[in-house]
Design a protein around this ligand. Structure first.
Ligand code: FES
Length: 175
């Protein structure tokens, strides 16, 4: 089951700051920028699944970096969210092999079913729809990631409906 943290997304709690320092200590002195990817994951996981400008500025301050260095990384990688997301983030692969295997249908169906566009969240705050590049599961296309898990062969309305219903009702789906 996915746990949704509800810390204030504009702050870094003392607990988060301790975790950040622990990660930074794993890198050589003067190379703290190398810790930025795991640090941003920590902040995002602890702050309701997204990175606010305020949180990124505090990360920069804590790590001795310029804010722009943090923004550059956070905006480059699709795994970081720069605005609030729903309880469950649907990350649908839009790359070639998935597209050939009904990936475009899957994206269109989710848009229609959830009544949202890419990058939007359902009115009940449950689902956010996002498209991403290849997730390395091309042989199981079309697919999407929800939380830490992959959901594959999503090539029919029945499969997608069941998946969404399981998440909406139970907070998870067992493949
Ligand atoms: S193309 Fe979709 S997982 Fe690789």
């Amino acid at each position: 089951m996915l746990a949704v943290k509800t810390n204030n997304p504009t702050t870094l709690t003392e607990e988060i700051q301790i975790k950040i320092r622990e990660v930074m200590e794993q890198y050589p002195a003067g190379k703290s920028k190398s810790a930025l990817l795991p640090v941003l994951h920590i902040v995002q996981d602890e702050n309701a699944g997204w990175l606010s400008v305020e949180a990124m500025e505090k990360v920069a301050e804590l790590m001795g970096l310029r804010p722009i260095e943090v923004y550059e990384v956070a905006t480059f990688y699709s795994m970081y969210n720069l605005k609030p997301v729903g309880k469950f983030l649907l990350e649908v692969c839009r790359t070639g092999p998935c597209a050939i295997m009904k990936g475009e249908w899957l994206i269109d169906y989710l848009k229609k079913k959830l009544k949202i566009d890419i990058g939007e969240t359902t009115v009940d705050g449950v689902f956010t729809l996002k498209t991403v590049e290849c997730l390395g599961a091309c042989g199981y296309a079309p697919m999407m990631q929800i939380g830490e898990y992959y959901y594959e062969h999503l090539n029919s309305e029945e499969k997608v409906d069941k998946l969404l219903e399981d998440f909406r009702m139970k907070g998870f789906n067992k493949n």
